[in-house]
Design a protein around this ligand. Structure first.
Ligand code: HEM
Length: 412
């Protein structure tokens, strides 16, 4: 039995996000969508989805659609239940998250965060990331094999983002614990226990950050936390403590998971391709192109949604205010209308591009950092372990939209 069905004439499809046969390889579904129904109603989600590169790129930039809806409609109008008391701490961390805001609130916060973010030129972090990658490989090189996600892909970005924010590297495991428990809230069908646990993690995380912020106010340092606390005002307003806390938590949550998954997916892709890694990382320009092709070929985040902020007509389809649409980044990256041999991994392709970091006002603020982390981590790994190979068939996590490996067993 196939994992999905598509009715191209009716422009409807079913594919169960929790069905292993589907999420282990969503690309055959995407290929069929591109052939017959790039825009379709995904019955399991109950909303329209777009898989074409042109549509996804255009809709990410279309200001008539937003990530948030409560600034233009009430919960009653949307038929939503009231916020839950037992997730109040989690909701508070979300309240000032860039990903939960739309202009003008988003513009002000993003400008302030961005200033702080780019003022520490992320390029300067390259030597530190190289050192981290080498030290991490030192710790397992003589074993002749490793489970890469836990031993290499996860710790590097956690330490990098913790240090950049201004938190000690030895706090990285605790930060990850809070972060992992909080991101459970974005999964499909969240249980009451998960909500309680995510809320507790949010409370503990906020309490910890409040302590560090108090220290930074007493003794400022050269770190992102201090930069955010002291950034010049935009529209007469500085960042409030709650905004600084939300942003620090978002950077950790958003910045970690996707980088870990991209590292794992990229190593799997390269090893399965049979291409010679020394050619893929031969110089800086080729290393950057290889990373971009890895991001295109097996993106870590496959779908983001948007709300129609008013009644909208787009390419002959109509959307009512408050209606949700799905933008399929992972599918857009494989659109044959945009890429020659779209289903082939080719780090030397002349038509390289991808929407893995999104586009428009929510374009990933961490993209320059993620790119450096990936370039350094992958180039170092393949240089240090030239005979590395897959030791077991890799399998993906059971969450369709967070497309990353459960484990990646390697040997050399
Ligand atoms: C390969 C790694 C990464 C990928 C694929 C990725 C992908 C994305 C995507 C697709 C979005 C936009 C979501 C939307 O439009 O709905 C986004 C936003 C964001 N990302 Fe990343 N990301 C990565 C790494 C990072 C890192 C390292 C950081 C932080 C250090 C980060 C911080 C953020 C933030 C703060 C936003 C929200 C921006 C806004 O709403 O204005 N990301 N990311």
């Amino acid at each position: 039995m196939t994992a999905y069905s598509i009715d191209a004439t009716a422009r409807r499809a079913t594919a169960k996000p929790r069905d292993a046969a589907f999420y282990q390889n969503p690309y055959s579904f995407y290929a069929e969508l591109h052939r017959g129904a790039p825009t379709f109603l995904w019955e399991d989600y109950g909303h329209w989805c777009f898989s074409g590169f042109k549509d996804v790129s255009a809709l990410l930039r279309d200001k008539r659609f937003g990530r948030e809806i409560l600034h233009v409609m009430t919960r009653e109008e949307l038929g939503w239940a009231a916020p839950k008391d037992h997730t109040a701490a989690f909701d508070r961390t979300e309240k000032y998250s860039l990903l939960a805001l739309e202009p003008p609130a988003h513009t002000r916060l993003r400008t302030l965060v961005n200033r702080a973010f780019v003022s520490r030129n992320v390029e300067q972090l390259r030597p530190r990331i190289e050192k981290l990658a080498n030290e991490t490989i030192d710790s397992f090189e003589s074993d002749g094999g490793v489970e890469l996600i836990k031993a290499f892909a996860a710790p590097i970005p956690a330490v990098v983002i913790a240090e950049m924010i201004g938190l000690p590297a030895d706090m990285a495991p605790q930060l990850l614990n809070w972060s992992n428990r909080m991101v459970q809230m974005y999964m499909y069908r969240v249980t009451h226990e998960t909500e309680l646990d995510a809320n507790q993690a949010s409370e503990d995380f906020m309490a910890y950050l409040r302590e560090v912020i108090a220290e930074r106010r007493r003794a400022p340092r050269e770190d992102l936390l201090t930069h955010m606390l002291t950034a010049d005002p935009v529209d007469g307003q500085k960042l409030s403590e709650d905004e600084v806390i939300s942003t620090a938590i978002l950077l950790l949550n958003a910045g970690h998971e996707a980088t870990v998954h991209t590292t794992g997916n990229a190593v799997k892709t390269i090893l399965e391709s049979g291409l010679d890694p020394s050619r893929l990382f031969a110089n800086e320009a080729q290393t950057a192109a290889t990373v971009e092709e890895c991001l295109r070929f097996d993106a870590p985040l496959h779908m983001f949604t948007r709300y129609a902020l008013s009644d909208i007509e787009y390419e002959g389809a109509t959307f009512k205010k408050g209606e949700v649409i799905g933008l399929m980044l992972g599918a857009a990256n494989r659109d044959p209308a945009r890429f020659k041999e779209a289903d082939m991994f080719d780090p030397f392709r002349p038509d390289g591009a991808n929407v893995s970091f999104g586009a428009g006002i929510h374009f990933c603020i961490g993209a320059p950092l993620a790119r450096i982390e990936l370039q350094v981590a992958l180039a170092t790994l393949f240089k240090r372990l030239p005979t590395v190979r897959l030791a077991a068939e890799p399998s993906y996590n059971n969450v369709y939209h967070f497309h990353g490996l459960e484990r990646l067993d390697l040997s050399w």
